[in-house]
Design a protein around this ligand. Structure first.
Ligand SMILES: Nc1nc2c(ncn2[C@@H]2O[C@H](COP(=O)(O)OP(=O)(O)OP(=O)(O)O)[C@@H](O)[C@H]2O)c(=O)[nH]1
Ligand SMILES: [Mg+2]
Length: 356
């Protein structure tokens, strides 16, 4: 799953203004009629619900809008450069870093058609200083954001006529379009997050609750990247995210680390799985606390989310033992729901807790 990419965007440059003079029969010395340059195209980011990943950007990393056309004689403006629309998935975070452009400051130049030895002034965009940052959160479908403005077209010589300058030989250059390096990062928009130790049965539960068919296996770290599934309850849809297992010290980089927790940052509820066959009641309680500690270390408020604690794989342990574990956890003020993805026990109850 590609969930982070760096792309380059550049808005179009403005076209330069024209230096031109009316040339008509019987009018030997017509006035200036050089039109303006066209504006450069803009670059937009648009959230499209049909786009689900940043996969398209793996190969396509450079986006340039069209440049504005040069101005023409007869006061005709140049055509506007074409805009560019970049479609991104809902839930994309964008960080923009302005790129330095080579800029000309105002300078004296020779303009074609001007008398030799006489210089015109060339006006160009103001200089861009330093690096600017902008963080944007594209969390809603149909959002449209102008991220890079096209440069203005330069004014043609028709604008420079004055009493002291009846035959202006100057026109402006178009301004440069804005250019940015854009870091795109996709946060999955899940409603429910599955957390727990490796092998707790998270992916199996996802496959029972939703249409997803993630890889399931009897070893740790089967899941290396988040899986999403959709649970349909009547006309309601809940997106469930199954993430790689957490272990003690994950926040310090142990196992697969905790970076995956960003995918469940926006969920409303967490299902915390503790396998019933993973030791005595006390040991199970300790394992529960290990995960809680790692959730807290991520410091994004995950520990404050509503949590449904499930005791998974109850088909592997006899019912007296299950009762013991449930009552031990109750004493620790943890209400736990016993389930089995294998037999279906407790799954209906879990779904009704999810929608309540
Ligand atoms: N008997 C039984 N086995 C289960 C149950 N749920 C999961 N398992 C088994 O437990 C093993 C691990 O299941 P997974 O769903 O891959 O566990 P996970 O939590 O996703 O593991 P990681 O992706 O490694 O973090 C697999 O062999 C499953 O078949 C259950 O309810 N009963
Ligand atoms: Mg898994």
């Amino acid at each position: 799953m590609v969930d982070q990419v760096k792309i380059m965007v550049r808005a179009g440059n403005g076209g330069s203004g024209a230096v031109s003079f009316r040339r008509e029969k019987f009018i030997p010395k017509g006035g200036p009629d050089g039109g303006d340059g066209g504006k450069g195209g803009n670059v937009y980011l648009v959230t499209d619900p049909n786009v689900n990943t940043l996969q398209d950007f793996a190969h396509n990393k450079k986006f340039e809008a069209g440049d504005g056309e040069k101005g023409h004689g007869k006061k005709m403006s140049g055509l506007k450069g074409e805009d560019i629309i970049i479609k991104v998935p809902v839930g994309t975070l964008v960080k923009l870093t302005r790129l330095e452009l080579e800029t000309d400051e105002e300078k004296e130049v020779r303009v074609r058609g001007m008398k030799l030895g006489v210089l015109g002034k060339l006006f160009s965009q103001k200089k861009i200083e330093g690096e600017t940052w902008q963080h944007l959160d594209l969390s809603e479908p149909g959002m449209e954001l102008l991220i890079a403005h096209g440069g203005k077209g330069g004014r043609g010589n028709v604008h420079f006529k004055g009493s002291s300058m009846t035959t202006p030989m100057i026109a402006e250059d178009g301004q440069y379009g804005e250019a940015f390096e854009a870091d795109l990062e996709l946060k999955l928009l899940a409603d429910v997050g599955l957390v727990g130790l490796p092998n707790a049965g998270k992916s199996t539960l996802l496959s029972v609750l939703s249409n997803a068919r993630p890889k399931v296996a009897d070893y740790e770290f089967t899941t290396l990247e988040p899986n999403l599934g959709v649970l349909k309850i009547g006309d309601k849809h809940l997106v469930i995210a199954d993430i790689p297992g957490l272990i003690e010290g994950a926040s310090e980089g142990k196992g697969l680390g905790i970076k995956f927790l960003k995918h469940i940052e926006r969920t409303k509820v967490l299902i915390h799985l503790v396998p019933a066959n993973s030791g005595t009641a006390e040991e199970i309680y300790d394992k529960y606390k290990v995960i809680r500690k790692e959730l807290k270390s991520f410091s994004a408020g995950l520990e404050d989310k509503r949590e449904i604690v499930v005791l998974s794989k109850i088909d592997l342990v006899d019912s007296d033992e299950i009762k013991k574990i449930v009552s031990f956890l109750k004493k620790k003020k943890i209400s736990v729901l016993p389930i089995s993805a294998a037999t279906g026990a407790g799954i209906k109850e879990l779904v009704s807790q999810l929608v309540s």
